[in-house]
Design a protein around this ligand. Structure first.
Ligand SMILES: [Zn+2]
Ligand SMILES: [Zn+2]
Length: 222
């Protein structure tokens, strides 16, 4: 398979990227083609000016895009101070199931970390099951308190990835390696590993609560 390259878009590509974004969303059947949001999706030029507009290029064609918006940008919807938002992830309907969406998310999280953002946030329609699998696999956690519904019958689930963590606190392996979908399912159990240093923590489980302590990074409770 031809390899995928992720990079920022150049201005000459904005019209193509806008069409690609709208086509990706419309293919999922979750949007009315006349919705004002479709015009927003087409406005890649604004995203290129106000945020980091990423594209996935394969075999000389643009096959995917996503936007990384820093906190404080008008485009950021979820990001608090020092955080970043990943938005408008779209993959060409003919180029799906090839890891392009995942490659865009991984590139964005490295860029957000390099820009010293503490958390990367994003949202995705509840029906987008493939996207939810990617986020859980990479260690994103569902943030139910931020979930919302921009249009009737279109619930959006929100996710956050703590960019200060290197290690999965559930399985102890590197977050960057992926494979953390089962760990997201164990979210209500106490963590076993320190996300900062990867050390085994000392875990105490009490009725209705727990505490987990790293010798270097201190205690967490839940
Ligand atoms: Zn894990
Ligand atoms: Zn630690």
């Amino acid at each position: 398979m031809t390899s995928v390259r992720i990079r920022t878009a150049v201005p000459a590509e904005y019209p193509v990227v806008g069409e690609l974004t709208a086509a990706g969303y419309l293919a999922d059947g979750l949007l009315d083609p006349g919705s004002p949001y479709v015009a927003e999706l087409r406005d890649a030029a604004r995203r290129g000016r106000e945020a980091v507009l990423l594209v996935a290029e394969r075999g000389g064609r643009l096959v995917g895009t996503a936007t990384l918006a820093p906190a404080g940008s008008d485009l950021a919807e979820l990001a608090g101070p020092g955080e970043a938002d990943l938005q408008m992830l779209a993959v060409d309907p003919l180029a799906r199931r090839a890891g392009i969406g995942r490659a865009l998310v991984v590139d964005a999280l490295h860029r957000a970390r390099d820009a010293r953002a503490s958390i990367l946030r994003l949202s995705a329609a509840a029906a987008m099951r493939a996207a939810h699998r990617i986020y859980a696999d990479l260690g994103f956690r569902h943030t139910p308190a931020l979930d919302r519904s921009p249009a009737p019958g279109v619930p959006l689930l929100t996710y956050a990835l703590d960019l200060t963590l290197t290690w999965c606190d559930r399985c102890g392996r590197s977050l960057a390696d992926g494979g953390h979908q089962p760990c997201a399912a164990a979210e209500l159990d106490p963590p076993r590993w320190c996300g900062h240093c990867g050390r085994r923590m000392v875990v105490q489980v009490m009725p209705g609560s727990w505490s987990a302590r790293c010798v270097e990074h201190g205690a967490r409770t839940g």
